[in-house]
Design a protein around this ligand. Structure first.
Ligand code: SF4
Ligand code: MG
Length: 333
């Protein structure tokens, strides 16, 4: 497996300021020391409750958000370059390789403008000079998302939610990216339309050999799409595993709680339902030790003070950050 992205100790913190002189009184640690490899051609799901930092992670990876610290290494034909060090021009070129699809289609499609205009702009920006070439590129991507070419003359409001999201995907594909970062791409859609869009995304991925970072709060949607899944809680990764391993043998108590919130079709399933109590704490005032300790049914004394390290457990590639799996930690009975 070839690595396309290497994320190393990435931190994206936002300062909290007070008063007229904007004195910094603290930080929202939206992404807090995240390390992760992304493989070429895979769909890597990123899941967690809202406010866990998954969107910020996506934005930081494509430099829409400036990281506070850490590296984002991108594979340029075998040579890894740190995109956080890129100048304006290099960042601009990099964004041709990595595009983002957002939950809200209006963020990419200007409601005041015809689809044609929204679609022509990125092609112009990226130096496709003739109108003929631009139109050919537009037709090509529209075909991929099954939208008629003459619909280019319409306005965004003339489309259904599902069509609008397909248009956004098409627009992201215009510059022929290698990676799509999809942030809740179907959350705003009716459930009946979701599968349609997800299946289309799968087809496109195969056709173009794309890598997907698939961000969502809905674990069942993430599982449907992903080869591997990353579970985030308050800015940190708490578990990484193959989709199947995560489902069959989840290790982290938070993952178990997320999973048990999904209705289980098999009535003989022995998995105990574990209801997640309490609210997600504010990322401004993160609990000490394991950030999950105030909601964790397995919380031990050590959890309140010591942040658990990431450990390799279970099948290959399965990692978890929890004291329960640390052999050096003494169990309390
Ligand atoms: Fe629960 Fe402790 Fe594991 Fe955190 S480290 S998830 S509090 S058992
Ligand atoms: Mg979000």
């Amino acid at each position: 497996k070839e690595v396309i992205f290497k994320i190393e100790n990435l931190k994206t913190w936002f300062p909290i300021t007070k008063g007229a002189f904007k004195k910094v009184v603290g930080h929202v640690k939206a992404v807090d020391d995240v390390s992760l490899d992304v493989y070429k051609g895979e769909t890597l799901g990123i899941v967690g409750e809202s406010g866990c930092g998954k969107s910020t992670l996506g934005k930081t990876v494509m430099m829409l958000e400036k990281p506070t610290d850490g590296k984002v290494l991108y594979n340029y034909d075998g040579e890894f370059k740190d995109v956080t060090k890129f100048n304006k021009h290099e960042t601009f070129e990099f964004r041709k390789k990595v595009q983002m699809v957002f939950q809200d289609p209006y963020s990419a499609l200007n409601p005041q403008k015809k689809i044609y205009t929204s679609f022509e702009e990125p092609l112009k920006v990226h130096g496709i000079k003739t109108q003929e070439e631009r139109e050919a590129a537009m037709q090509k991507v529209l075909k991929m998302v099954n939208i008629q070419p003459d619909y280019l003359m319409r306005y965004p409001h003339e489309f259904s939610g599902g069509q609008r999201q397909r248009l956004c995907i098409a627009r992201a594909l215009e510059v022929m990216p290698d990676v799509l970062i999809c942030d809740e791409p179907v959350s705003a859609l009716d459930v009946s339309i979701q599968a349609q869009v997800l299946n289309l995304m799968k087809d496109i991925q195969k056709e173009l050999n794309l890598t997907y970072l698939f961000i969502a709060h809905d674990l069942s949607v993430v599982q449907y799409m992903s080869d591997r899944i990353v579970v985030m809680y308050l800015g940190k990764i708490v578990e990484v595993a193959d989709s199947k391993a995560l489902y069959d043998e989840p290790l982290h108590p938070y993952t178990k709680a997320l999973l048990s919130a999904i209705p289980v079709p098999d009535i003989h399933n022995e998995k105990k339902r574990q209801v997640l109590e309490g609210e997600v704490p504010s990322p401004i005032r993160k609990p000490s030790g394991c950030a999950f300790h105030n909601r964790c049914p397995n919380c031990m004394e050590i959890c309140k003070t010591v942040d658990p390290a990431m450990l390799h457990r279970g099948k290959e590639g399965h990692m978890v950050a929890c004291h329960l799996y640390d052999d050096k930690v003494e169990r309390e009975s």
